[in-house]
Design a protein around this ligand. Structure first.
Ligand code: SAH
Length: 343
């Protein structure tokens, strides 16, 4: 069966041409798909015979809401979606003054093994298709009735480990006949796969790249993020410099402060030194405690922030939305399905 929602505009045109259809049909089908149609029968402006043909050859994905939690504090809404094959992923819908933003997953589980992260506890199950990444936005919008204007690829999974599907997703979500969300309204967060950052740079997209740095020195970064053992901070920073040189886009560095691991003054100083000659922005995050992990949040947030600022670094502290609903990545999937639970 053809995964029709993952097809590019051109591939969809080719498919419909192979069925003897005129070009405008592709636009019609595209708009139905991206508007949240759940069956070909809903596509009432298509001829009956075409709908029947499509049903035979193509599969239409539509995730089901397995669980939904709404924060009483700020309205943040967390969805646990059940995919067609029974696997689950999460998305979080957040409201800001400038519009609604959604955090989407790119994989079922994650291969990267970060010590502080709930999403990686059960390992990687599989990568999502472009259509399945897109569905999280289409159906969150449909279910909530809230128009989504911003996307962060910061949910479960490592987007650059699912490179081709993510690139395809970006093209689809950008299409004015679909969701029409511009690259400047999209952020992609990576644990720092340097060669993939280089590859992404070559596309020269206007999206915002967030790099989950979490430590400026190899010893602490490798302790928190096994991926660093292969890449190393020097090599990662080279890719970040190159990314800025090629795209002109300032990188945002995520830094979750962990008690006694990455919150020392010398680490703030080293971080400032590393970022001195590239336009950058540090986003400090209070660590969300994961039950299976011994890591604790740092109490030095303010001091660390000030020390960076004194050295000319732009720093923000991430606002915590949805504190009451386990809104941070991977926690709802893990709790509902018992993933990575120790006996
Ligand atoms: N794989 C990508 C995107 C998913 S993780 C990445 O690594 O960037 C999204 C962000 O949440 C990353 O910055 C990640 O390091 C951070 N994160 C994961 N678990 C966390 C926790 N328990 N507390 C605070 N931040 C966490």
């Amino acid at each position: 069966m053809i995964d029709i929602k993952s097809l590019s505009r051109q591939e969809l045109e080719e498919l419909l041409a192979s069925m003897g259809q005129p070009k405008f049909r592709a636009g019609q089908v595209f708009r139905w798909l991206h508007g949240g149609a759940e069956s070909f029968d809903e596509m009432t402006n298509l001829p009956q015979a075409l709908r029947a043909q499509l049903k035979e050859r193509a599969a239409l994905t539509a995730p089901q809401v397995e669980r939904k939690q709404v924060s009483r504090l700020d309205g943040t809404t967390k969805y646990l979606w059940r995919l067609a094959d029974g696997n689950c992923v999460e998305s979080v819908l957040m409201s800001y003054q400038h519009g609604n933003s959604i955090c989407v997953s790119s994989e079922v589980g994650c291969l990267m093994g970060c010590a502080f992260c709930a999403s990686t506890l059960g390992g990687l199950v599989r990568r999502l298709s472009a259509g399945e990444i897109l569905d999280q936005i289409i159906f969150a919008q449909k279910e909530s009735g809230r128009k989504i204007s911003n996307i962060v690829l910061m949910g479960i999974g490592e987007p650059l480990d699912n490179f081709d599907a993510v690139m395809r997703f970006l093209e689809l979500v950008n299409d004015p006949d679909g969701l029409g969300i511009g690259m400047r309204h999209i952020s992609l967060s990576t644990c720092g796969l340097a060669d993939k950052i280089d590859k992404l740079a070559s596309y020269r997209l206007q999206l915002t790249l967030s790099v989950s740095l979490h430590a400026p020195d190899d010893e602490s970064r490798s302790r928190l993020m096994p991926v660093n053992r292969a890449v190393g901070v020097d090599r990662l920073m080279e890719s970040c410099k190159n990314y800025f040189a090629v795209t002109g886009r300032r990188i945002s560095y995520e830094y979750a402060l962990v008690d006694g691991v990455n919150d020392r003054d010398w680490q703030a100083d080293l971080l400032a030194r590393r970022l001195r000659d590239i336009p950058s922005h540090v986003n400090l995050i209070g660590l969300n405690e994961v039950r299976e992990s011994p890591l604790k949040p740092s109490r030095r947030m303010r001091a660390f922030q000030q020390r960076l600022e004194q050295q000319g670094i732009t720093v923000t502290v991430r606002r915590r939305l949805g504190r009451d609903i386990d809104a941070s990545c991977g926690q709802l999937r893990r709790k509902t399905l018992g993933i990575g639970e120790k006996e």
